[in-house]
Design a protein around this ligand. Structure first.
Ligand code: NI
Length: 261
């Protein structure tokens, strides 16, 4: 599989079941010229069977290399980002929930999900491949919105990200946000609508997640799914375009999938 084929597969899965509004959002920026995908984000658990090392395998096979490491104390997540030698290939940001930091019921539900997962299958992306009741989802959600998200949706792109540096007119994140709101989309305002500053070399914003119907074992329920993100990068201290991520900003971006949003 080529890099572009893998991202095509992820885009199809993302737009089909996680963020159908991505088509409309993308169309809002088509007049801005070439649309470049800065990065995608994937979410998982830190259990050996499905951890970051496992989820990144198809990307490493295509030449991706490990870059930054991150830690989110409050949300009890670790993360890494990966880059391809071809700078036009999207970066890949993968986070994982530190299971041991949660209560016994949460650990048990997630462990059972992962035990039921067939890690031998060639394509991990798509709707969750384990049993989960709505009641179990609510137990997870009370302690970790992130854990509930992965359990309910399985593996897939949590967001795609348009690279604002390439836009012809809407060259500031603030202009992007105004354009989104003028067209009826809600911008994640947790910690302010713009996460980051030029001084830390990265500014980001995102829509709030689409709320979609998911099949649980017992019922269907409408829950937060995927969102679209925007990134503007600045030259870093070494004179090259900053290609990493910033913990304080990403921390608030995670809240784009909170139920209360
Ligand atoms: Ni992101």
């Amino acid at each position: 599989m080529s890099v572009s084929a893998l991202f095509e597969l992820l885009w199809k899965d993302y737009t089909a079941r996680l963020c159908p509004s991505a088509h409309k959002i993308r169309a809002l920026f088509e007049s801005q010229g070439k649309l470049v995908n800065d990065h995608i984000a994937l979410r998982t658990f830190d259990l050996p069977k499905v951890n970051i090392d496992k989820l990144v395998a198809p990307f490493l096979a295509l030449g991706y290399q490990p870059k930054g490491h991150y830690r989110f104390e409050d949300k009890k997540l670790i993360a890494q980002h990966f880059e391809h030698p071809n700078p036009l290939a999207p970066k890949v940001f993968i986070s994982a929930l530190e299971l041991r930091s949660f209560s016994a019921p949460v650990q048990q539900i997630i462990t059972e999900c992962v035990e039921a997962f067939d890690a031998q299958q060639s394509n991990w992306f798509g709707p969750k491949k384990w049993p989960l009741s709505y009641e179990q989802y609510k137990i997870l959600q009370a302690e970790t919105e992130y854990g509930a998200w992965v359990a309910a949706h399985g593996f897939g792109a949590n967001h795609f990200t348009l690279y604002v540096n390439e836009f012809s007119q809407l060259t500031e994140i603030a202009l992007v946000n105004e354009h989104l709101k003028a067209n009826g989309f809600t911008v994640n305002a947790s910690g302010g609508e713009i996460k980051g500053t030029p001084e830390i070399f990265l500014e980001q914003s995102s829509t709030m997640a689409d709320k979609l119907t998911v099949d649980f074992d017992d019922v269907q329920a409408v829950i937060p799914a995927g969102f679209y993100e925007f990134a503007k990068r600045y030259l870093g201290p070494n004179g090259a375009m900053f290609s990493g991520f910033v913990v304080e900003s990403a921390d608030k971006i995670f809240e784009s999938t909170s139920q209360s949003g």
